[in-house]
Design a protein around this ligand. Structure first.
Ligand code: SF4
Length: 342
């Protein structure tokens, strides 16, 4: 099988070149070409023809295929559906903010975590994404939008900590100054709360932002929304979060999707505020995107505002996520779901 060069960090690529009997510095030249968006060995003009031919024989550069693209007329948000080489589909979203351009990428095709409000996980996990498939979402969107991306959020389809090894290499490649050179502090990883991996992440990537999907104010309610809560309790999760902030000095973002009649009552806001007291954190309230394939409904706007007000009264930093691309409406995972349920 040919080696996909986009799956390798720079040190790994250097080792690979040595194994091919080539000089290590050649790896850096090829690495630079890859992250300038070059997909063919023939375009690597400072590489000898003999080496290009050798690489063609042993290696490949895979690329994602854009199947569908929706562009918001309101705010320039772009939603992409990509096809992988085995026919699986994934989604990415490009968003424009005052502070720069951001992309939300997928880490898996599907997801096995089964959160009840999520279209991405509805059909379970197909497979992990390779490192190259994660990186290529950025490269292809940059090429298609004609704009540089400087913020990356791993919050699309999949649980990144369920694909920890590939996620780690992905972060190293996009952070590498010869790669995409995106600052660690401009990268955010969102997890549903896999405790051992949160501890590992604090060690491995103390500069990268961490977001945790909480979506409930206690264990019993969380178990009804997120099956992962059956494995790791709410209290254990908060203890791990405290250790994370002690170690890294960094604020955690808690994602809280408001679902009508499930987790959006004022008593939930009060309980959440009391649990989070003293923790270095910020709560991101997410108005749920309704998806016809799912049974749960979004909270009303007054309910969302009431919830926000209560958290703020209790001195918990909280905001409501701005809705971008509402005119291209598809909720996270919905484009992909529409293709696989056809
Ligand atoms: S919310 Fe995230 S972790 Fe939960 S099912 Fe969806 S993709 Fe998976």
């Amino acid at each position: 099988m040919k080696q996909n060069l986009k799956d390798l960090t720079l040190p790994e690529l250097e080792t690979y070149f040595e194994r091919l009997g080539e000089k290590r510095y050649r790896a850096k030249q090829v690495f630079r070409w890859l992250y300038q968006g070059v997909d063919s060995f023939d375009e690597m003009s400072d590489i000898s023809i003999a080496l290009r031919e050798k690489l063609k024989e042993h290696a490949e550069i895979t690329v994602l295929k854009i199947v569908e693209r929706k562009i918001s007329k309101q705010d320039g948000t772009r939603k992409y559906l990509f096809e992988l080489s085995d026919g699986n589909m994934i989604e990415s979203v490009f968003m424009k903010y005052k502070y720069g351009n951001s992309i939300c990428i997928s880490s898996q095709a599907g997801c096995r975590m089964g959160c009840i409000f999520c279209a991405s996980g509805k059909d379970g996990l197909a497979r992990n994404l390779s490192v190259g498939e994660m990186v290529d979402q950025i490269l292809k969107v940059e090429q298609d939008a004609g704009e540089k991306i400087n913020h990356v959020v791993i919050m699309g389809t999949g649980e990144p900590f369920d694909n920890y090894g590939n996620m780690s290499s992905f972060i190293k490649i996009i952070n590498d100054k010869h790669g995409l050179h995106i600052g660690m502090r401009n990268i955010t990883v969102s997890t549903c709360g896999i405790i051992p991996k949160i501890s590992a992440f604090a060690e491995d990537f103390p500069q990268v932002n961490l977001a945790i999907s909480l979506h409930a104010s206690n264990d019993a309610e969380r178990k009804k929304i997120m099956p992962i809560a059956n494995k790791y309790s709410f209290d254990e999760l908060l203890i791990t979060c405290q250790k994370y902030t002690d170690k890294t000095g960094r604020r955690i973002t808690f994602e809280y999707t408001l679902i009508a009649g499930k987790n959006d009552d004022i008593k939930h806001a009060e309980e959440l505020a009391s649990k989070l007291q003293g923790l270095l954190c910020h709560v991101n309230l997410i108005p749920m995107n309704e998806v016809s394939e799912l049974e749960v409904k979004a909270s009303s706007k007054p309910k969302v505002q009431q919830f926000l007000k209560k958290l703020q009264e209790k001195h918990i930093a909280a905001t409501v996520r701005r809705e971008l691309g509402s005119d291209i409406d598809a909720a996270c995972g919905q484009l992909r779901l529409s293709k696989i349920t056809l």
